[in-house]
Design a protein around this ligand. Structure first.
Ligand code: DX5
Ligand code: ZN
Length: 225
C-alpha cells in the first residue's frame, strides 16, 4: 500500500474522524469522500501520552472493511510497538508514531514498513526537527502537529508554518499538518510546504462534511505553487 510515496506534490485532504459521529463512522467517512477526501485520519489516544482516550485496532479493522479509502493511523500512545502489529493486521495503509515517546525509532519505523505500511512520525509543536534527522531514510511522511495532540477543535499554532518551511528545506518527504486546519489555515500550511491536510472539527462540526472538506481542500490547492 502506498499513499504518501505516490502523492507527487499534490495537495490532499484527510478527514480526522476524531470529530465524527462514532456511532456512524463508515457513513461519515463516505460523506467526506464526496468532498474529495483521499485518506482517513484515524486518531489513537491512550490516556497516557495524551489525556484523551479514543479507538484502537478493532475499530480500524471494521472501518477498513467498510470504506474504500486508505486509513492513516496516528498513534498518540506511549507504547506504539505493542499496537503496531494489530494495526497492520487491521489493514491500515500507514502508521505514524510520536518520536517523543519512542525509544528505538529505527526499530519502530522498520516494523511498520515490514508490515507493508508506510511509516510516519508526528512531531509535537515544540519537538525539534533535528530529532528526526537520522531517521529520515526510514520515514515515508512527517506529520507536523499544528496543535498539541489530544483534542480536536484547538487553534492552529501560527509558528508551525515556519516549522513546515524549515522541514521542507531539510527533506522532500510529504508533510502532513494536523490540528486547527480550516479554510483559513490550510493555505498558510500549503504555502509553507504541507501537502496533506488533516481536518477534524472544521469538517464534521457543520451540517455538510463533504462541502466543508471541499472548501478546505480548494483553499489549500489555491495556495499551492
Ligand atoms: C489532535 C489530533 C487531530 C485532531 C484534529 O490530537 O491528532 O487529528 O483530530 O482536529 P481539529 O481539526 O479539530 O484540530
Ligand atoms: Zn491526528
Amino acid at each position: 500500500m502506498a499513499f504518501f510515496s505516490k502523492l507527487d506534490g499534490r495537495v490532499v485532504a484527510a478527514p480526522s474522524i476524531l470529530s465524527a459521529d462514532f456511532a456512524s463512522l463508515a457513513e461519515e467517512v463516505r460523506r467526506t469522500r464526496e468532498g474529495g477526501a483521499e485518506l482517513v485520519h484515524f486518531d489513537v489516544m491512550d490516556n497516557h501520552f495524551v489525556p484523551n482516550l479514543t479507538i484502537g485496532p478493532m475499530v480500524a479493522d471494521s472501518l477498513a472493511s467498510a470504506v474504500d479509502l486508505p486509513i492513516d493511523a496516528h498513534l498518540m500512545v506511549e507504547s506504539p510497538d505493542n499496537l503496531i502489529p494489530a494495526f497492520i493486521d487491521a489493514g491500515v495503509a500507514s502508521i505514524s508514531v510520536q518520536p517523543e515517546v519512542v525509544r528505538h525509532l529505527h526499530r519502530t519505523l522498520t516494523m511498520i514498513r515490514r508490515g507493508g505500511c508506510e511509516a510516519g512520525v508526528a512531531l509535537n509543536p515544540t519537538t525539534s526537527l533535528s530529532s528526526i534527522e537520522w531517521a529520515l531514510p526510514y520515514i515515508d511522511y512527517i506529520n507536523v502537529m499544528t496543535v498539541n495532540p489530544g483534542f480536536g477543535g484547538q487553534d492552529f499554532i501560527p509558528e508551525m508554518a515556519d516549522k513546515v518551511r524549515r522541514l521542507k528545506q531539510m527533506t522532500d518527504l510529504p508533510i502532513q499538518v494536523d490540528g486547527g486546519i480550516t479554510e483559513k489555515t490550510a493555505p498558510v500550511a500549503v504555502e509553507a510546504g504541507a501537502r496533506v491536510l488533516v481536518a477534524g472539527s472544521a469538517v464534521f462540526k457543520g451540517d455538510d462534511p463533504a462541502e466543508q472538506l471541499r472548501r478546505i481542500l480548494q483553499a489549500g490547492r489555491n495556495a499551492a505553487p
